[in-house]
Design a protein around this ligand. Structure first.
Ligand code: ATP
Length: 187
């Protein structure tokens, strides 16, 4: 049997929201993947530099509540189990032999950062990049990466917006099972 095609959706998920859910549904509907793995960053080194992030175990519990029931999706703690900063290249190298292909699923806002990721040159040779639209960010493919668009109705939402709403009604923005976990861990 030929090896499956993996879509890898990494994030901080502090908290997961309906924009993430839409991206995962678009990925599943695209027919490009046999499996989709959500990886919760144990130590999101980019975000850590700009403020506090909820503990990894809390973000993992929220990601499971938000995503685990979606088609093709599993939620992985592999980046939490590892020590040190969560580098996508390490995840890809762990999994590459098990899959026919690995595509990173990212929002358009991340395209401008890809070249600054750890071991970016090597990563660009190992994966393709499936890009979902993100309001406020143009979809501009960086040179040297194999990128393509995943069609999706844009969702204007971010975890930052939801953190700033804390105490307000989150039900329009966050899957309902996430809300009690998020509210139990306010900073
Ligand atoms: P923050 O506001 O804290 O920066 P975020 O909303 O961008 O967080 P992350 O967990 O950092 O959420 O994002 C994980 C992945 O989901 C990234 O690839 C990001 O581009 C993508 N993403 C986040 N929100 C959306 C959205 N509304 N539409 C499409 N993709 C999104």
């Amino acid at each position: 049997m030929s090896r499956p095609r993996l879509g890898l959706f990494g994030g901080t998920f502090d908290p997961p929201h309906l924009g993430h859910v839409a991206a995962l549904r678009a990925a599943a509907a695209s027919g490009r993947f046999d499996e989709i793995e959500v990886t919760v960053a144990g130590d999101p080194y980019v975000k850590r530099a700009t403020g506090t992030v909820r503990p990894a175990e809390v973000r993992l519990a929220m990601a499971r509540a938000a995503f685990a029931h979606l088609p093709l999706v599993t939620v992985s703690d592999r980046e939490i189990a590892r020590t040190g900063p969560s580098y996508t290249i390490d995840t890809v190298l762990e999994e590459i032999d098990d899959y026919k292909s690995i595509d990173l699923i990212v929002g358009a806002d991340l395209l401008a950062q890809l070249d600054s990721w750890h071991e970016a040159r090597q990563l660009a040779t190992l994966v393709r990049v499936a890009v979902v639209p993100r309001p406020g960010s143009e979809t501009v493919f960086p040179a040297h990466w194999h990128c393509y668009e995943l069609p999706m109705e844009p969702v204007d939402l971010s975890s930052t917006f939801i953190r700033e709403l804390a105490g307000g009604d989150l039900s329009k923005y966050v899957p309902s099972d996430v809300i009690p976990i998020f509210e139990a861990h306010q900073g």
